[in-house]
Design a protein around this ligand. Structure first.
Ligand SMILES: Nc1ncnc2c1ncn2[C@@H]1O[C@H](COP(=O)(O)OP(=O)(O)OP(=O)(O)O)[C@@H](O)[C@H]1O
Length: 241
């Protein structure tokens, strides 16, 4: 097994008076795709936001590439190579696709070779390059959000439910794009509710319930064990297939 790029140890997060994360232990191996699964309200998004410094952990430790980032600021995490695609995608609807991409490239002009690769992943972005991002379809917006996150090479890509609200054909396209990304050995942490997407892409899996990780292992094992799926994912699995 490869070494860990990101580790959460006993992480607690309070939002106001609510105790949401209750001791999250999570290991994201370097170079693989880790799927974070669990029913609605289990704490997946809160876990991602806590990693990104958008919520503060009240207890526990978060380590990235051997460095303690528990109290790091969001902007510093981005500078250290973590890209985050939130559930609402965070794109600028009033700006063109090109302007959205230019703003995402922090270290200067976009690398043209990398841009050509991104066009191959998501041809629609080239086609609608000068369109306002707000005019794109839901799937194209998700593609733009992912493209912004990978406009420069990243150590870790964190993506919250990329398939949400998308048609099966578009989800198929996203799966292909993430496969291509995986082949570049980018480490990815992804929250998903779509179980077929999760099994198509995940190398390792962590399942959350009630603010904790209640199962961690290989995706292959979970994909082939119906009893484990029912026990861990139960209704949320039925509801999202
Ligand atoms: N800003 C907030 N204020 C109060 N409670 C919140 C807030 N954000 C999340 N919660 C609560 O924290 C719990 C975990 O939410 P979270 O969004 O992390 O779950 P999730 O596993 O990502 O679920 P979903 O799939 O529905 O997004 C839920 O009970 C939710 O109601």
């Amino acid at each position: 097994m490869s070494d860990a790029l990101l580790t959460l140890a006993g992480v607690h997060t309070h939002i106001g008076q609510y105790h949401i994360l209750q001791g999250v232990d999570l290991v994201v191996p370097r170079g693989g795709l880790t799927m974070l699964l669990g029913r609605n309200g289990a704490g997946k998004t809160t876990t991602l936001r806590t990693i990104m410094g958008l919520w503060q952990a009240s207890q526990g430790q978060i380590t990235f590439d051997g460095r303690d980032i528990t109290r790091a600021h969001t902007a510093d995490l981005a500078a250290s190579g973590i890209a985050y695609v939130p559930e609402d995608m965070g794109i600028f609807a009033g700006l063109t696709v090109r302007e959205n991409m230019v703003l995402a490239a922090r270290s200067g002009p976009m690398d043209q070779k990398r841009l050509a690769w991104i066009y191959e992943l998501f041809p629609a972005l080239e086609k609608f390059w000068n369109w306002p991002a707000g005019n794109l379809s839901g799937g194209q917006k998700q593609m733009l959000a992912i493209a912004r996150a990978i406009v420069e090479p990243r150590e870790l890509l964190i993506v919250d439910e990329p398939s949400k609200g998308l048609a099966p054909a578009i989800i198929g396209h996203l799966i292909q794009a993430f496969r291509e990304l995986k082949s570049t050995h980018t480490t990815i942490l992804m929250v998903e509710q779509n179980f077929s997407m999760a099994t198509a892409l995940g190398d390792t899996v962590a399942v959350m319930d009630d603010g904790r990780v209640v199962h961690a292992g290989s995706m292959h094992e979970l994909a082939h064990d119906g009893d484990l799926q029912r026990r861990l994912l139960g209704l949320s699995l039925d509801a999202h297939q």
